[in-house]
Design a protein around this ligand. Structure first.
Ligand SMILES: C[S@@+](CC[C@H](N)C(=O)[O-])C[C@H]1O[C@@H](n2cnc3c(N)ncnc32)[C@H](O)[C@@H]1O
Length: 264
């Protein structure tokens, strides 16, 4: 995979990519959802061509955060996910979706069988050299491939301060410097365009700490190191007027990146 910066450790990266199943229920409870407007924008090219009820592939579906939103909007959803524990949680959370084991590099669907492919918070785990041709194979010509990524809005001062104690933070301002979060140019797809959707997640000190505890960097840490990082986050949040007095909103931005399968 050519999309990582210096310091890329393939063994650690593979462990992080496979780390989520151990905390599947916590992931479902504490990771943010995606705004309905962001999902609608991601699907717009397919909705224009094929109407309001689409067959959508939620690729790297995890516990079904995107799948649930898609079902609620009236779409038929196939969810593909490599981790069996995440897939079990998805089946509990979103029974209406068809849940299949598989990966971005090996998708268990026929050619040209879906109207759109959505990827939530996972494009950085893919080997895009293998995944993009595989996505192009299952996606109908003219259909969108879109990635949705939630970043913490570090234009807000207390959120920027959190990065000092929470090294796993997904930074909004740092997004551009992380090429593994972008869809790589590929002849089967149009050039990708971006749109941002600000939103907010209701949190407390305890629940924001629980959110951070589901990040892959934290999941692969030794227990002592993990406990120290999480304790530091609690100390920081107790020290800030914005977060010390009870419930607060964690400012987020969903960045949607969208391209279209050529040949439509
Ligand atoms: C951060 S979670 C995102 C889950 C879900 N899409 C969401 O938005 O909440 C990343 C997911 O990608 C999955 N994953 C890792 N490598 C993958 C690959 N090569 N192909 C497909 N999924 C992969 C992990 O098992 C995990 O469920």
């Amino acid at each position: 995979m050519s999309t990582h910066g210096t310091g890329y450790d393939p063994e650690l990266y593979a462990r992080r990519a496979a780390s989520f199943g151990a905390v599947a229920a916590e992931y479902a409870a504490h990771r943010p959802d995606y705004p309905a407007e962001a999902v609608a924008w991601a699907l717009a090219p397919a909705a224009r061509e094929r109407g309001a009820a689409l067959h959508v592939l939620d690729l790297a579906a995890g516990t079904g955060k995107l799948s649930g939103g898609l079902v609620a909007l009236g779409h038929r959803v196939t969810a593909v996910e490599p981790d069996p524990a995440m897939l079990d949680e998805l089946r509990r959370q979103v029974p209406a979706a068809t849940a299949l084991g598989g990966s971005a590099e090996s998708i268990p669907l026929p050619d040209a069988s879906v109207d759109a492919v959505l990827v939530g918070q996972a494009i950085h785990w893919f080997d895009q050299d293998r995944a993009l041709p595989e996505i192009a194979r299952v996606l109908r010509p003219g259909g969108p491939l879109a990635t949705l990524s939630n970043a913490e809005d570090d234009r807000v001062e207390w959120v920027a301060g959190l990065a000092a104690v929470s090294p796993t933070q997904v930074s909004y301002l740092g997004w551009e410097t992380n090429p593994s979060r972008r869809i790589a140019p590929h002849p089967a797809f149009s050039a990708a365009v971006d749109e941002d959707f600000p939103h907010s997640m209701p949190r407390t000190i305890e629940s924001l700490t629980a959110t951070v505890a589901t990040h892959s960097h934290i999941l692969v840490m030794a227990p002592d190191e993990r406990a120290a990082v999480l304790a530091g986050i609690g100390d920081y949040l107790r020290s800030r007027p914005e977060t010390s007095a009870g419930a607060f909103g964690l400012p987020l931005v969903t960045r949607v990146q969208r391209c279209v399968r050529a040949g439509g």
